[in-house]
Design a binder for this molecule. Sequence first.
Ligand code: GLU
Length: 468
Amino acid sequence: MPFMHIRTRFAPSPTGFIHLGNLRSALYPWAFARHNQGDFILRIEDTDLERSTQEAVDVIIEGMAWLGLDLDEGPIYQMQRIDRYREVIQQMVDAGLAYPCYMSEAELNQLREQQMTNKEKPRYNGLWRPEPGKTLPAIPEGVLPVIRFKNPIGGSVIWEDAVKGQIEISNDELDDLVIARPDGTPTYNFCVVVDDLDMKITHVIRGDDHVNNTPRQINIMRALNGTPPVYAHLPTVLNDAGEKMSKRNGAMSVRDYQKAGYLPEAILNYLARLGWSHGDAEIFTKEQFVDWFDLESLGRSPAQHNPEKLLWLNHQYIQNADVGRLAEATKPFAHQLGIDTERGPDFVQVVGLLKDRANTLLEIAEGAKLFYSPAPCHSSEQIAANIPEAVAPALKDLIDALRNSEPSKEAYGAAFKQVLAKHQLKMPALAMPVRYALFATTQTPAIDSVLVVLGKDEAIQRLTKVVL
Ligand code: GLU
């Protein structure tokens, strides 16, 4: 194939709720453009004025930025291109590629009913379609026409879908599509064609709910002397129950995942695998993904959302993340929980201690609360209930041993060992009361690490309060 400058686009309709699956339709064209040193364009298909919202646009743009899906052009809003669509409609009418149709709604409905009674597929019958030698009906007064595209008659539209293989649709299946409404506004499929041509899109990678639109779009494109792009229609993303993803059945937006403490690289990795694979690679960097991405490896069957897998991936990314960066990313979550990360133990150390057991940044922040809460005030009843009298002498010895220890995990570990041996105790018998004394809970990470993070002096102070 001669050199082709690849140009792809993500063309969302900013209507309703934008879930994770929607953003997968951005990821693949982005990766394809990046892999081929091409361009990636964001086009906002906002001509449905009633259903389009700025909120949905924001979710899309923020979500893409968060995942690092950078743009070469856009966002381009279709509503700002209306004049261009009108211009092309006029050109098509002038060139005889499209024509005004004065059939009223009522007549259309009547036609449809008749066709249904005859068990025919409802379709426009070409009444107003000009043909050589044909006399058109008299133009009714006061009726504003729609403009219809003169779809080719006979033959078929064939394309080699990069995901679905060859698809052939007979032109007999396609009636003359309305490309402009009576008020002159362009219709959806028409705008897509004009945009894909004007934007020199070479590869259209989109959801397979658009397969049915494709033959119509190809016909219009050819009428405009354009070369249809390569189409790759992605199978839908199903939720974990096997239904189409939607807000109603619990789908979450990218923003929700961000708020729940997911890392963008985990989401990107997860989305990448939701319908595409590279051997058995499950965890890969963004660079590897771009490097490996090809249309041939896109899956042909619907992908299923698996929240546990996403959580597992997030855990992997948290475990392997640079702890300084992780701490920065966790801070906003900690602040939300009322933690003042500037006062108390070093936050980076706290995060380093908690990250191996956390699945989300929120979980790290929740774990961190332990270290930033004020020292517990135990009543004597609580002390009696949680710290066995028999352990008190060991606790006193531990305080002394800690006082003489270097401030390190190893040294604190050795201090514990020495006290345990002296008092013939097993680790939990001492560690549980220590945890309780320090935090009023027995659920903490490894006690020697906890002591490092909390600091020796603070720990000794807290321990002293329960043995005196
Ligand atoms: N706006 C369409 C959608 O959100 C996508 C159109 C296209 O990619 O051609 O489903």
